[in-house]
Design a protein around this ligand. Structure first.
Ligand code: UDP
Ligand code: MG
Length: 316
């Protein structure tokens, strides 16, 4: 029988110090698996020596290794997509390069799929977040909101640290959108996911690329990719404001005609004008966010550009 294959996708951005220890960890843990292993490293336009470290790995022959070198930083989403496109394994896993996600867990995830036929994908989720309380709170709120207003169901703390069966990868790749919010895509394609709790290690080298601003924009992009509910704010907000305006109009007319009370002019006027003006701008902003994404989608630009594609596979 043909030996099965596990592909591992590793997006790397400024991870020069982690590459070697990560490779050693792979060597240590993958020995228990009787699979052919394919490692796909993506250097997402790092400004440090990540590519030099990756090229060193190509001299080794423990695993099949592919190295993709992006022409600039296109983001983790693009890197994961490029990896999924190239993965040829029966099982395909994604793991961060920074050693926060232990490769031992990747092995455990594969073993879950081996044992439990009813599952198509395994996903590690953080049972307990290691970040500060505000961040944990904000993330919790984000998950509650997106689950409420979108068609996808996201598990709080679910990471991109996953293993898929081949057909799941095919279905993920069939979603061609340029604005990729993978957590949503993984959930949107459906299938049976096994959620495995894990606690990420702290970062040994370098620093996280996901600061609060990037995470905030990522959250907005997630909501816009999977929900049209924000667009309805304009409809319902508009309806509500017109109703309130109408009620106020009735009050003003009654005051004027029946009680001959002088209707206060300037403050009411300025507050109303400013309020309605800002509401209109707010709604235009939301519409703008959607239009911007339609614009980017229609350009059909590639998700990434590769500078080099290298491999240690012997050309036959
Ligand atoms: N990463 C990437 N491109 C980017 C940012 C990050 O490929 O633009 C990679 C990074 O090298 C790491 C993984 O994505 O392997 C997760 O990034 P990071 O550790 O910065 O995120 P965090 O663990 O803090 O969520
Ligand atoms: Mg990390």
């Amino acid at each position: 029988m043909k030996k099965q294959k596990l592909s591992v996708i590793i997006p790397c951005y400024n991870e020069e110090k982690s590459i070697e220890p990560l490779y050693k960890a792979f060597k240590r843990c993958f020995s228990v698996l009787s699979y052919n292993i394919e490692l796909i490293f993506i250097d997402d336009g790092s400004s440090d020596k990540t590519i030099v470290e990756l090229k060193k790995l190509l001299k080794k022959q423990d695993f099949e290794i592919e190295v993709l070198h992006f022409s600039r930083n296109f983001g983790k989403e693009a890197a994961m997509y490029a990896g999924l496109e190239r993965a040829t394994g029966d099982y395909v896993g994604i793991i961060d390069a920074d050693l926060q996600q232990k490769p031992e867990l990747l092995v455990e995830m594969v073993q879950v799929l081996e044992k439990k036929e009813e599952y198509d994908c395994v996903c590690c989720y953080q049972e307990r977040r290691i970040e500060d309380k505000t961040m944990t709170y904000l993330k919790k709120k984000f998950y509650a909101l997106i689950n409420k207003i979108s068609e996808v169901e996201l598990v709080d703390g679910a990471s991109d640290f996953r293993v898929f069966r081949r057909y799941v990868v095919e279905s993920i790749l069939s979603l061609k959108e340029a604005n990729r919010f993978s957590k949503g895509i993984f959930s949107w394609v459906g299938f049976n996911t096994y959620y495995m709790p894990y606690t990420p290690e702290s970062r040994l080298y370098g620093k996280s690329s996901f600061g609060i601003k990037k995470l905030f924009l990522y959250a907005i992009s997630g909501i816009i990719s999977f929900s049209v509910a924000p667009l309805r704010i304009a409809t319902f907000g508009g309806l509500l404001v017109s109703l309130l305006c109408f009620l106020y109009l009735v009050v003003v007319i009654i005051q004027k005609i029946f009680f001959t009370i002088d209707v206060p002019g300037y403050p009411t006027l300025i507050v109303t004008v400013l309020l309605i003006g800002s509401l209109i701008l707010f709604c235009l902003g939301i519409i703008g966010e959607y239009i911007a994404r339609i614009y980017m989608e229609t350009k059909k630009r590639p998700l990434y550009i590769t500078k080099e594609e290298l491999s240690n596979k012997k050309k036959s």
